[in-house]
Design a protein around this ligand. Structure first.
Ligand code: BES
Ligand code: MN
Ligand code: ZN
Length: 497
């Protein structure tokens, strides 16, 4: 879909030709005596329309309007969240219609009292979200979404930058959704690597792809052990975005890329096992972030690491009781082959050390326990560094892609003790998302580190089954804040002199 930001006064909006005009209507009293504003005021007064998020009033070919269809969408106090809710409802109402050109007008919002930049960002995100359709493995074209979306604002002022950022972010979210959604036989480690190579066509982006031989040479015994049970060869993808001088330490993002998780020998039950194609959504979010970086070209350095493989049961597959040696030298007793995410991430976390990073953030659909703890509203966030945790929390709130900090007390690591190796890959059932994070923390001791467990937020199940593209919004927001104040977001005690 094509997006455009356009200055459109209220009277001008009424005379714009389009298939659908969506007017965001705030609860605050409307002044100015143009015709459409007058009608909106009447509709509210007569209680035909309540200007609250989710409430709509629709009309077809209204006199004095050049738009074929008019949708009034309430936004209440016009917070970013309310703008998103309003547009989810309004775009939902357009679903299946033939509307090609849609205007979304923000010109009725009280620009003096609301955060217009946040509203523009929320509007772009919500419309892009509604316009995404999956089609890669459909034999017939899917019903068309709007082709052109014009965002009308009273005055552009400094909104251009917010709009450009939001649009680039939406493209990253789209890419993450697309790869998350692709079926496991259409999103193998090899195909993920190919997607990464495509990104490297952009300015300042480079990619290196390692195969089984190179990974063996690096000593990634833990990652290799997971890949053993599959016919698909593993890939270790290294993406680099260089927007700042080489001397500037990069932020490293590590994305879990299990392209299908059967559980291995500790095999999962059949119901809903198909959803384990989403087990590479961490990897997809890293690809998405790089898509956005390539478009925005911010002044910072970012490394993306994606260990990618399948987790399959097989004659050669790793077994419960096996002990493997990780790249860090630590030995790991595998008590459950379904706790494979941490086994591929730990080696990537060790590999990350070579970049002398200012921060490392791993992103993983790591535990069902995180879904139990936090559901789908917030990603689980774990961090050994308060400033990093704060920066991620803030980015999540601002991007409407929130996370919630979880604990890392050493008490939670007790269950990972074993007689047969340095550490076991699982503890008991209690606090499963925390014990998983405690396992990872052992491999992330040399830099400020955070872990995002996105098991509950990366995709939706049920009727609306599909990837969400989270947490691309959070990560982009975090990185752009880093670009503006290098060194912020990391505690001073951890910053190297
Ligand atoms: N990919 C799963 C985590 C998962 C499960 C995400 C369900 C979303 C929904 C992960 O590899 C896994 O299987 N984790 C196990 C860990 C357990 C064996 C300690 C889990 O959560 O059950
Ligand atoms: Mn698993
Ligand atoms: Zn998994």
């Amino acid at each position: 879909m094509d997006f455009e930001l356009k200055t459109l006064s209220r009277p001008r909006t009424a005379s714009e030709r389009c298939d659908a005009l969506i007017v965001l209507v705030p609860a605050a009293a409307l002044t100015q005596n143009d015709r459409l504003t007058g009608l909106i005021g009447q509709a509210i007064k007569a209680r035909h329309f309540e200007p609250e998020p989710g409430k709509l009033l629709q009309a077809y070919k209204s006199p004095g309007l050049q738009a074929t269809r008019l949708i009034l969408a309430g936004v209440g106090g016009a917070s970013a969240r309310q703008v998103r809710a309003a547009l989810q409802a309004a775009m939902g109402a357009l679903k299946g219609s033939a509307a090609q050109k849609v205007i979304v007008s923000l010109s009725w919002l009280p620009a003096e009292t609301v955060d217009m930049a946040a509203c523009v960002q929320a509007a772009v995100a919500a419309c892009a979200d509604a316009a995404y359709t999956y089609s890669h493995t459909k034999s017939k074209p899917t019903p068309s979404a709007p082709q052109r979306l014009v965002l009308g604002v009273g005055a552009q002022g400094s909104l251009r930058k917010a709009f450009d950022t939001a649009l680039a972010t939406a493209h990253g979210v789209d890419l993450a959704r697309e790869w998350g959604n692709r079926p496991p036989n259409h999103a193998t480690p090899t195909l993920l690597a190919r997607a990464a190579r495509q990104l490297a066509r952009s300015k300042r982006v480079r990619v290196e792809v390692l195969g089984p031989r190179e990974v063996a040479r690096l000593g990634m015994g833990s990652f290799m052990a997971v890949a053993r049970g599959s016919e698909e060869p593993l890939r270790f993808i290294v993406l680099r975005y260089n927007g700042a001088p080489r001397s500037q330490a990069p932020v490293v993002l590590v994305g879990k890329g299990i392209t299908f998780d059967t559980g291995g020998i500790s095999i999962k039950p059949a119901p809903e096992m198909d959803e384990m194609k989403f087990d590479m959504c961490g990897a997809a979010s890293v690809l998405g972030v790089f898509r956005t970086l390539a478009e925005l070209q911010p002044a910072l350095n970012v490394v993306g690491l994606i260990p990618a493989c399948e987790n399959m049961p097989d004659g050669r597959a790793l077994k419960p009781g096996d002990v493997v040696r990780s790249m860090s030298g630590q030995t790991i007793e595998i008590l459950n082959t379904d706790a494979e995410g941490r086994l591929i991430l730990c080696d990537a976390l060790t590999y990350a050390e070579r970049f002398k990073p200012r921060a490392v953030v791993d992103i993983a659909t790591l535990t069902g326990a995180c879904v139990i703890a936090l559901g789908s509203a917030r990603s689980g966030m774990f961090s050994s560094d308060d400033a990093l945790a704060q920066a991620l929390s803030r980015a999540g709130e601002e991007a409407l892609d929130p996370c919630w900090r979880m604990p890392l007390d050493d008490d939670y690591a007790e269950g990972l003790k074993t007689h047969f190796a340095d550490v076991a890959n699982v503890a008991g059932r209690a606090a499963g998302s925390v014990t998983a994070a405690k396992f990872l923390q052992r491999f992330a001791t040399r830099y400020p580190w955070a872990h995002l467990d996105i098991a509950g937020t990366a995709w939706k199940g049920g009727a609306a089954k599909g990837a969400t593209g989270r947490p691309v919004g959070l990560l982009v927001r975090y990185l752009l804040a880093q670009a503006e104040s290098p060194g912020a977001g990391v505690s001073p005690r951890r910053r190297k002199a």
